[in-house]
Design a protein around this ligand. Sequence first.
Ligand SMILES: Nc1ncnc2c1ncn2[C@@H]1O[C@H](COP(=O)(O)OP(=O)(O)OP(=O)(O)O)[C@@H](O)[C@H]1O
Ligand SMILES: [Mg+2]
Length: 382
Amino acid sequence: MKRWPFKVTSSNGDPRIHVTHNGHPKVLSPQEVSAMVLRKLKQSAEARLGHAVTEAVITVPAYFTDSQKKATREAGEMAGLKVLRLLPEPTAAALAYGHGLKDNVTEKTVLIYDLGGGTFDVSIVTVSRGRFVVRGVGGNSHLGGTDIDQIILKHAAQVIPRAMRHDVTGNPSKMRRLLERCERAKRDLSTQSRCDIDTESIVPDELPLPLSRDELEELCRDLLRSTTDTVKSVLATAKVAAADISEVILVGGSTRMPVVERLLSEVFPGKPVCKTVNPDEAVAQGAALCALHLLQDKAPDVQELAPFLRRLDIQNVTPLSVGVECNEWVVRCHHPAEHGHPGAEGSEAMGRRSTTKPPPSFSVIPPTPVRNTPAAASAPMS
Ligand SMILES: Nc1ncnc2c1ncn2[C@@H]1O[C@H](COP(=O)(O)OP(=O)(O)OP(=O)(O)O)[C@@H](O)[C@H]1O
Ligand SMILES: [Mg+2]
């Protein structure tokens, strides 16, 4: 939050974002900001299709908590959309992948690695003839390409005073400009081995700051290693061996960094990385397929998709434990993370309350009366 160029305050525990719009101060909830983005997307879709768009499937990171999902639904409604479903993004990417499979492919277990701008998601999905069973999910809803940009920025801000005898760290507008140039350099280094971070109008001498791909990879080694550690732990939790993964599907702009594929090849030696799925479009394609499935009667003529849509069956897992707060900071866990959605089976266990992570350990206890308090973390069928 420290890095954001806007102020965030609390209103009864809910965040409020302070911005200036047309010279006037404005205070917005995150839902209102998200609704603006969704409204813009709705308008673009309407302009392209030539008719009103009133319903939507919205994708969310697989590792979103219940309150993050609830806020997303609210944002959709504020934007004038009936939210048909919130679909986890890696599951959506798996739909796009499964749709592209030939009919004679019976079953494949794939791992979806989605590293975008601000979130990281991993899912293991077994795809068999229109049936998508999510076997495990993991990730970090605060990790992505913007963190890599910050690492490059920090490096540049340290090197500039040494190389050009000019300190920019105290100047927010120069730092913002430098951040943009760092992001551009990062993209360049996905296709070339060296580049220059442009310092024009940032330092008096305007000397370019060289950066090599090797240096960039060294700078973000720990960050990227943490993503492959997550991959390994999702495999372990889902009890799927790396050798049983047929293909690794890369989604999200940050997977264009060549080092990502290299690190994954260490976890999955000899496994192909899927090249048939477009990393930028797979999630949206999967959401469109899901929407068509849900609206089959109302959908436009989609003859060629009909067999796929008829068979479509998506089974997600809860990324976080589901529980009920029963007394001071104690949560009764009804449904541990990484299981199918609640309703299929039930277990009762105790853990400390956590809104961001599954409780660290569980022990089975006999049922006891529960005080009438709200669910601490739940993952409704979305
Ligand atoms: N060629 C590239 N090389 C490295 N990084 C890239 C490249 N192209 C885009 N990116 C990075 O990808 C990120 C955006 O990816 P993407 O569009 O998948 O994110 P998003 O879906 O908007 O975000 P999220 O999934 O985190 O909510 C940005 O950080 C951007 O800098
Ligand atoms: Mg994304």
